[in-house]
Design a protein around this ligand. Structure first.
Ligand SMILES: [Zn+2]
Ligand SMILES: [Zn+2]
Length: 137
C-alpha cells in the first residue's frame, strides 16, 4: 500500500514525490534529491529541497513540509485579497473553496506529524498517511 506517489512531468520524466495530506486535504508534492531507479530527472526540477528515503510505502522526507495559502503568504499575514474576504469582494460568486491556511508537518515512516502552527484541525497531532492511488500525471 503506497502512501507516496511518483509524479512525472509532461515528457514522462521524474518530477516529484506526492502525498495525500489528511490535514489540509490537499496533495503536497516534493522535489527530492532522490531519483527513482532507472528514471531520468525532469529538467524542470530546480533546487531539490527534500531528502527522501525512497520508500513509497513508508515515506520519510526531510526537512519539514510547509504549505501556506492565501493571506498567510502575505507579510504580517494581513487579511485581504484572499479567500477570507472573497465573498465581500465578489458577493455574486460562489465561495472560494481553498481556505487560507498553514500546513506544516514532518513525514516519517509513513506517518505525518503536524506542527502547532497548522491552521487545520490536525495541528499538534500525528496520524498515518492515507493511501495514494495511481501513477501520477
Ligand atoms: Zn497539508
Ligand atoms: Zn485569508
Amino acid at each position: 500500500m503506497s502512501r507516496a506517489q511518483i509524479a512525472l512531468d509532461a515528457e514522462g520524466r521524474f518530477w516529484q514525490v506526492r502525498i495525500n495530506c489528511p490535514g489540509c486535504g490537499r496533495v503536497h508534492g516534493m522535489q527530492t534529491d532522490w531519483t527513482p531507479a532507472g528514471m531520468e530527472r525532469s529538467p524542470h526540477i530546480g533546487h531539490a529541497q527534500w531528502g527522501f528515503n525512497g520508500n513509497l510505502d513508508a515515506p520519510t522526507f526531510s526537512p519539514s513540509i510547509k504549505a501556506t495559502t492565501g493571506h498567510y503568504c502575505n507579510p504580517g499575514q494581513t487579511i485581504g485579497n484572499c479567500a477570507c474576504d472573497f465573498q465581500e469582494r465578489f458577493p455574486d460568486e460562489e465561495p472560494w473553496d481553498v481556505p487560507c491556511g498553514i500546513c506544516h508537518s514532518f513525514v516519517r515512516d509513513g506517518r505525518i506529524q503536524f506542527l502547532g502552527d497548522c491552521t487545520h484541525a490536525l495541528a499538534g497531532q500525528t496520524v498515518d498517511l492515507p493511501e495514494i492511488e495511481g501513477e501520477g500525471d
